[in-house]
Unconditional design. Structure first.
Length: 129
């Protein structure tokens, strides 16, 4: 094969490889899972944590969803028993929002206000799993 044909063939092969690589990259970008930005952790002011309506709303979320895995009737087995005295509100909010291990994230199920309310309830003296 003449040298000119070999060079032309090599250039065409490089061009083809580059085109395939670019196309594959575009396909990966389209099919890559889209991650949402982290939601900022709210401030848990003392008056918010004691607000009667907030605590009632939080208790409602607890009764509706959380107690099935974390409530006293769920032991032993479903989920860890909560020890809210050892956890700060921000930590609990993060776990409720994004989940952890076997616990699903509740970010798209409960509103930010509902998740904040259940945190306030869990941290309150009225809380009893």
């Amino acid at each position: 094969m003449p040298i000119r044909s070999t060079r032309a063939l090599a250039k065409a092969a490089v061009l083809l490889a580059a085109t395939v690589a670019i196309a594959a990259s575009a396909v990966r970008a389209q099919t890559a899972p889209q991650t949402e930005p982290d939601e900022p952790v709210p401030a848990f002011a003392a008056d918010f944590m004691r607000d009667a309506k907030v605590l009632a709303d939080g208790m409602e979320v607890w009764q509706q969803q959380c107690r099935h895995c974390h409530g006293s009737s769920a032991y032993p087995g479903k989920a860890p028993k909560l020890s809210p005295g050892r956890m700060d509100a921000e930590f609990i909010f993060d776990r409720v929002t994004y989940g952890f291990k076997g616990m699903p994230p509740w970010r798209h199920v409960f509103s930010r206000e509902q998740r904040m309310a259940v945190v306030a309830y869990i941290k309150s003296s009225a809380f009893s799993p």
